[in-house]
Design a binder for this molecule. Structure first.
Ligand SMILES: Nc1ncnc2c1ncn2[C@@H]1O[C@H](COP(=O)(O)OP(=O)(O)OP(=O)(O)O)[C@@H](O)[C@H]1O
Ligand SMILES: [Mg+2]
Length: 253
């Protein structure tokens, strides 16, 4: 379970997260929507501990991470897998080294870890021939899959995805969404996906909307198109903010 209570986070005068609360039950696949720059990535980074909130509590599996030491936090974050907005692969390392980076750093031998890497690559639909390629040689969709395979190496119970499908073609978007759903079910994980793709609603269990630094709505994904919250209604249909006013033609002349 993930519980965020009254989170506040500012960068100087920029108040990004303002009194944000969110409850995510075990087993949920939650899609978070919201306009660009609203603070969605900052929200995920606070859950994973990359950014500390100024105020508020973040409780993961009963532990309030805002009260833990850096050392204590590590054990909580071992349960979390984070797929970055821009794949975040290291260009000087091969796919194999990127995927196994945590295990290689812990001193596990390459021979030992190779079969696991192959298995994880297969589970994200990548063949063995990518093993010794460098990120530059991969397409955007392949990079996202490698990023996902790296996360799966940790068998996380909590999976956080920051825009896993942005910039991909509709077919690859579908494939990645299916992968997220499959991984969610196989790992029996709790998943949060930040996405601008409305197709995610078909795969998510719940949808939450971030607006002006707060979660202003959370409900079932299956009923999102019937949601009458005005902000959600407009956002998912791509409408402008505020009521649509007739243009004053005479005034423009
Ligand atoms: N480390 C930081 N230092 C200062 N400002 C930051 C930092 N990280 C994010 N911001 C600012 O916080 C705001 C929210 O950023 P964030 O990346 O969370 O937006 P987002 O909702 O993920 O947008 P997008 O949909 O474009 O990815 C932005 O104005 C950004 O410039
Ligand atoms: Mg972002």
């Amino acid at each position: 379970m993930i519980e965020l209570k009254n989170i506040k986070k500012s960068f100087g005068n920029l108040h990004v997260t303002r009194d944000l609360s969110l409850h995510v039950e075990d087993g949920e696949l939650l899609a978070i929507i919201g306009r660009s720059g609203e603070g969605k990535s900052v929200l995920l980074k606070q859950i994973i501990g990359l950014i500390n909130p100024d105020l508020g509590n973040i409780v993961i599996d009963g532990q309030d991470i805002t009260t833990l030491s850096a050392e204590q936090k590590k054990s909580v974050f071992k349960k979390c897998g984070y797929v970055f907005q821009f794949a975040a692969l290291l260009d000087s390392l091969t796919v194999f080294e990127n995927v196994a980076i945590a295990q290689l750093e812990e001193g596990v031998s390459k021979d030992e870890i190779l079969p696991v890497v192959i298995e994880k690559l297969q589970s994200v639909g990548l063949a063995q021939d990518v093993l010794y390629k460098f990120p530059d040689e991969l397409s955007g969709g392949m990079k996202k899959r490698v990023g996902l395979a790296r996360t799966l190496m940790l068998s996380p119970k909590i999976l956080l995805y920051d825009e896993p499908t942005t910039g991909l073609d509709p077919i690859t978007v579908r494939v990645i969404h299916e992968l997220i759903k499959k991984t969610h079910e196989e790992q029996k994980a709790t998943s949060i996906v930040i996405s601008h793709d409305i197709e995610i609603f078909k795969f998510a269990t719940h949808v939450a909307m971030l607006h002006e630094g707060k979660i202003i709505y959370k409900g079932l994904a299956s009923t999102i198109w019937e949601c009458d919250n005005p902000f959600v209604y407009q956002f998912i249909r791509g409408l402008e903010d505020g009521p649509i006013r007739p243009v004053n033609v005479i005034g423009q002349l």
